[in-house]
Design a protein around this ligand. Structure first.
Ligand code: TXA
Ligand code: MG
Length: 323
């Protein structure tokens, strides 16, 4: 797992051959880039945990290109899950379903459910159609850091550990998939806010419960309180108040749509001049990375409107500000 750096390219056959031989490859999806390996191969899964420095209690998502293939790895699909799958796949929604016994326990951290998703990126869709196994793919970042939304982001952080990055350009959604599961009464529960809006989900299956974990309890996999974090301190607040208050300090600003006169242009990133939350989500992780690499002491940002993708943006910012 030691490489000088990863090759970046668009050769699907090369990516497929590497994955078939048990190697890891970074893949583009519409949400973020994934660090992919054969989801049925325990040693490839172990490599994913190792490269990401991810604790083994945090399970991985299995990606495929068809509902038929998903039926091969789960015992049962609740009616409402099927409705969601029909409307939103391929797309930024992950569904928790009871796994068949041949799915390795290490993939699900010993849980009885496996997380499954059909991503929408055309390159990855073609790649998955050439494979006769699903791909385990967590976001391709070191555990706890900001997720990558371009091939270069992956190269910068994991390039020395993987042979190939399939380059699919910049991610169209920019924030990880929404995760939904079902209780014993087959009622839908959302465990992670993400690229598929709650309103859209509720139009298909009715009211959903939110069980977004904001504790640091490792029993609740993946919903760790501190996550998606830049290495610099992130402060969330009212920018019109914070920017003047810190005027003697060296900080960067990430705002929704506002610009600040007293600040040089390289110290501020506006996520969407037209106040479009989808656009803001698409630019969020890239902006956090860019600011993190600048010569600033800390980063300040604000709470976004609590609607549409604004909910997922606020969730990521809150976790990024926690340490
Ligand atoms: O958009 C995405 O979902 C991206 C792309 C690459 O598909 N993947 C991604 O994976 O965000 P990752 O590993 O960074 O986040 C997956 C989350 C984790 O928080 C994990 O705990 C949760 O999904 N998860 C996976 N399997 C689970 C399960 N069986 N039960 C509960 N949570 C699960
Ligand atoms: Mg992640």
């Amino acid at each position: 797992m030691n490489y000088q750096m990863a090759e970046i390219g668009t050769n699907i056959d090369q990516a497929a051959a590497l994955l078939q031989s048990g190697k890891l490859v970074a893949i583009p999806t519409e949400t973020v880039y994934g660090l992919a390996g054969n989801a049925l191969d325990e040693s490839a899964i172990l490599d994913i945990f190792k490269v990401k420095k991810r604790p083994k209690f945090d399970p991985l998502i299995a990606h495929t290109d068809s509902l038929e293939k998903i039926k091969g790895i789960v015992t049962h699909i609740p009616e409402k899950a099927l409705m969601l799958a029909e409307v939103f796949w391929p797309g930024p929604l992950t569904i928790l379903l009871n796994k068949k016994p041949h799915i390795p326990d290490i993939l699900t951290s010993g849980l009885s459910d496996v997380a499954v998703r059909i991503p929408r990126h055309p390159l990855t869709h073609t790649l998955l159609s050439q494979l006769d196994f699903p791909l385990a793919a967590p976001s391709a970042n070191p555990f706890g850091y900001i997720s990558p939304t371009s091939a270069q982001h992956v190269q910068d952080q994991l390039g020395a550990h993987i042979p190939y990055i399939l380059d699919g350009g910049t991610c169209a959604v920019g924030i990880e998939s929404t995760i939904i599961g079902f209780n014993e009464h087959e009622q839908p529960i959302v465990y992670r806010l993400g690229g598929k809006k709650i309103d859209d989900i509720e139009q298909v299956v009715g009211k959903v419960k939110l069980r977004i974990n904001h504790s640091s309890d490792p029993i609740a996999p993946g919903m760790l309180k501190s996550h998606y974090a830049p290495s610099k301190r992130l402060i969330i607040g009212n920018l019109s108040e914070l920017v003047p208050r810190f005027h003697k300090r060296n900080f960067g600003v990430i705002s929704f749509h506002q610009s600040f006169d007293g600040l040089t242009a390289d110290r501020q990133i506006i996520l969407s001049k037209t106040r479009n939350l989808d656009e803001a989500a698409r630019h969020l992780f890239g902006a956090l990375r860019t600011m993190d690499q600048k010569d600033v002491e800390f980063i300040i940002t604000e709470k976004f409107p609590d609607m549409g993708l604004g909910q997922a943006i606020n969730d990521r910012l809150k976790r990024a500000a926690t340490r």
